[in-house]
Design a protein. Structure first.
Length: 268
């Protein structure tokens, strides 16, 4: 079995073999690490492409721009409004496929316009175990997955990110806000905004890993079980409840199963 350092060396060698790369950059743990290593290896032949849409929080876009500015990495902002994709609003089970296919087609075009040979995304080995229709689009369009190629896990990416001095090493995992909707429930700008504001409040209150899943008029909050006690303190609980009610939720609940990725897939 390869060590983390051996996998890291494999990653650098693989990126070097690409010659030049456009990294789909969201400012998350994985894409930040990938972009940093790509830039270390390829210099100006590595660029970042960040999608901007109503399902991508403003705080994440600002973090992405700040990282690129501080590290002198060329960044291209790509307008990618998922709600305009045919069928996306109805939130079908292949929603992620529809979104990723359109997005990566746009990034491929940007790469071509900038003389870049390959497009890369940040999925890792842990993504192989869940329902990930977006990876089908990755395969169909020939998008590179360097972290999976190097067999790096999320824990290893965090460890290496810490060694590189990346502030994202312990950042909460994030996914598109559309992933907060139960399959079949209509996605619209208003509900996306409700989810975004609700999660931002929880982050501002100091919770590390949060999800606010939307089921009709009900908010289902996922937190780390270790933070349940903090949430149930009277001042915190009432603040969250009152704020989410003002946002438009009729019911506000705490999921006793705690935070977990892909919990909407449990019904599939």
């Amino acid at each position: 079995m390869k060590t983390t350092q051996e996998k890291y060396n494999d990653l650098k060698e693989y990126l070097r073999s690409l010659g030049s790369v456009a990294v789909a950059f969201s400012s998350g743990v994985d894409s930040t690490f990938l972009l940093r290593v790509a830039h270390d290896v390829l210099g100006d032949r590595a660029i970042a492409v960040t999608a901007v849409s109503c399902s991508f929080p403003e705080r994440e876009r600002k973090e992405a721009q700040k990282f690129c500015e501080e590290n002198h990495i060329k960044q291209v902002l790509c307008q990618s409004e998922e709600l305009d994709i045919d069928g996306f609003r109805s939130n079908p089970k292949n929603r992620c496929y529809l979104c990723k296919h359109e997005l990566f087609e746009k990034i491929l075009k940007i790469a071509e316009e900038n003389g870049i040979a390959a497009v890369a995304e940040g999925s890792n080995m842990d993504d192989n175990g869940d329902y990930r229709p977006g990876l089908m689009a990755v395969k169909e369009l020939g998008i590179k997955s360097p972290l999976r190629h190097a067999e790096l896990t999320k824990a290893e990416i965090r460890e290496l990110s810490k060694e590189l001095g990346l502030s994202t090493w312990d950042k909460q995992s994030f996914a598109c806000l559309a992933s907060r909707f139960v399959y079949g429930e209509t996605i619209n700008e208003k509900k996306l905004g409700m989810v975004d504001k609700a999660e931002q409040l929880l982050l501002d209150l100091g919770f590390h890993q949060v999800r606010v899943r939307i089921h009709g008029e009900m908010a289902r909050i996922e937190l780390l079980p270790s933070e349940f006690g903090k949430f149930m303190e009277e001042s915190c609980r009432t603040k969250v409840y009152d704020y989410l009610k003002k946002l438009g939720f009729t019911y506000v609940t705490l999921d006793l199963g705690g935070y977990r990725t892909g919990s909407m897939n449990e019904t599939l």
